[in-house]
Design a protein around this ligand. Structure first.
Ligand code: TYD
Ligand code: MG
Length: 462
């Protein structure tokens, strides 16, 4: 008699970056963090509750595409009640889908998802909020304060996987938030809650239920500043949609960035403002960074930046002062320091603008970081405007990359950037000469090089 034997290979997963290793070591060779490798047994399906077949066994069958298509068509995305959230998720969340919302503690994940559940329950979708971090009364109080007075949302304070699974099958919710996936643990897995093993096991078991029952399931995942905490990273490939909620706790603006989406385009952002009654859609997101701008100041220019598919008007500011030290200082925030040096060299060589006796300070307002080379021209103009102490037209935009020869190269998505900016009154833009298109409502000045750009801007310099 021949016995079929399956070799069970143990491997190790890094809780920081999710890298797989065949041997244990004290340090992950992929992300260099210490003590992050955890043992993973691929025999984990043995931990499935009795009576349940594995997901693989369930899914091996041939399905007719017409029938499947019709079934999927009927799965309308659940609108979130927020234009910004719908925009980020491409129209809402799909029943049977699993979404991970990651972010630092305190950024507003629980607030965002409570508001989503309030909206879902107002649409008569049975909603359940599972938390192990807060008490029932805290959760109920938040629901009440966020406008959910009278809306009926199931609250479950639990961290045991079996208990949560049972409630999902008996309460039969259509929308579920698990806050957070790092606090859930399966008693049959030896590792601690929050470890790679636990997070993967719990997430995949809950996802199975969501797919089977058509539940829109959302996991909250805490991420620290360097993004190293176990959980979110190792879950990314397991879920359908991954979104990160970002923002400065001291400022009110928040951004939801969708980095993976099986049901729509990625790269769109949702922008919000945290206030006393929770998160509200950010009005005028495109012009948000210009709110504190003082128009007509020398040393300022506006660049239509693209973040994902979103246009964000961004102010570039420069200050140029005589230097009192041996070496002139170049101080940059929000822009690459080497790129500034390159631009200063081009200005000196190709436009005859001498800055060796000047300190140059460059800053992108609002904490924005510009890595798009198309921002170069706005940087050139801000510096020369600061040097000559002459402001440029506050409604003028600058869009182009500066080459080493002083030439201005065209940028990507000129049409999208300018038509959105035009709605905020920016009706003139200086672009690279190679851009052949036109944009309705915007007058384009096409320039070959830095000299031409400065002439078009009417900047003179001492
Ligand atoms: P929270 O949603 O608990 O963050 P997370 O779940 O990501 O840890 O909210 C965090 C902060 O938001 C908290 O400091 C209080 C503040 N907040 C408001 O400013 N307004 C509100 O209406 C709510 C509910 C919270
Ligand atoms: Mg929370």
């Amino acid at each position: 008699m021949v016995f079929a034997m399956t070799a069970i290979k143990i491997h190790f997963l890094c809780s920081g970056c999710g890298a797989r290793h065949l041997q244990w070591s004290g340090r992950c060779s992929s992300c260099s963090q210490w003590n992050t490798l955890e043992e993973v047994h691929p025999s984990a399906p043995a931990a499935l509750p009795s009576g349940r077949r594995s997901h693989a066994a369930n899914s091996i069958s041939v399905v007719d595409s017409a029938e499947l298509g019709a079934r999927y068509h009927s799965l309308n995305a659940i609108p979130t009640g927020s234009g910004e959230l719908d925009r980020a998720f491409g129209g809402g969340l799909v029943p049977g889908s699993v979404t991970l919302v990651g972010g630092e503690p305190g950024v507003g994940k629980s607030t965002l998802l409570t508001q989503f559940l309030i909206n879902a329950s107002k649409r008569d979708l049975r909603s359940l909020y599972v938390s192990a971090e807060e008490s029932q009364s805290q959760l109920a109080d938040r629901i009440y304060r966020l406008g959910g007075k009278g809306s009926s949302i199931g609250i479950l304070v639990a961290n045991d996987l079996a208990q949560i699974e049972e409630q999902l099958t008996t309460y039969k919710p259509k929308v579920v938030v698990i806050d957070s996936i790092q606090t859930v643990s399966d008693a049959s897995v030896v590792s601690l809650a929050g470890s790679v093993n636990q997070v993967r096991q719990c997430a995949s078991r809950l996802s199975d239920i969501a797919k089977r029952e058509g539940v829109a399931l959302i996991f909250v995942g805490h991420v620290t500043k360097d993004g190293s905490l176990a959980g979110p990273r190792v879950l990314e490939h397991l879920v359908d949609t991954v979104a990160y909620f970002e923002g400065d706790r001291d400022a009110s603006a928040r951004i939801l960035r969708v980095v993976k989406h099986r049901f729509g385009p990625v790269g769109d952002l949702g922008m919000f403002e945290m206030g006393n009654s929770g998160l509200a859609d950010l009005a005028n997101a495109t012009g948000f960074h210009l709110l504190d701008r003082v128009p007509g100041q020398a040393g300022s220019s506006v660049f239509p930046a693209l973040d994902g598919r979103r246009v964000l008007l961004t102010e570039v500011q420069a200050l140029v002062v005589p230097t009192f030290s041996e070496q002139a200082r170049r101080v940059v925030t929000g822009f690459e320091a080497n790129r500034l040096l390159l631009i200063l060299a081009v200005l000196e060589r190709k436009a005859g603008i001498k800055l060796q006796n000047k300190d140059v300070f460059l800053s992108v307002a609002g904490g924005v970081r510009l890595s798009d080379p198309a921002a170069d021209l706005a940087v050139v103009v801000a510096i020369v405007s600061a040097l000559s102490d002459r402001p440029v037209d506050p409604k003028l935009l600058f869009l182009g990359e500066v080459g080493l020869g002083g030439e201005i190269r065209s940028a990507s998505n000129v049409g999208r950037r300018l038509s959105e900016s035009c709605r905020l009154g920016f009706t003139r833009c200086i672009v690279g000469a190679s851009f052949s298109g036109a944009v309705a409502g915007v007058s384009l000045s096409k320039v070959k090089d830095v000299r031409e750009a400065l002439q078009e801007t009417s900047l003179t310099f001492r």
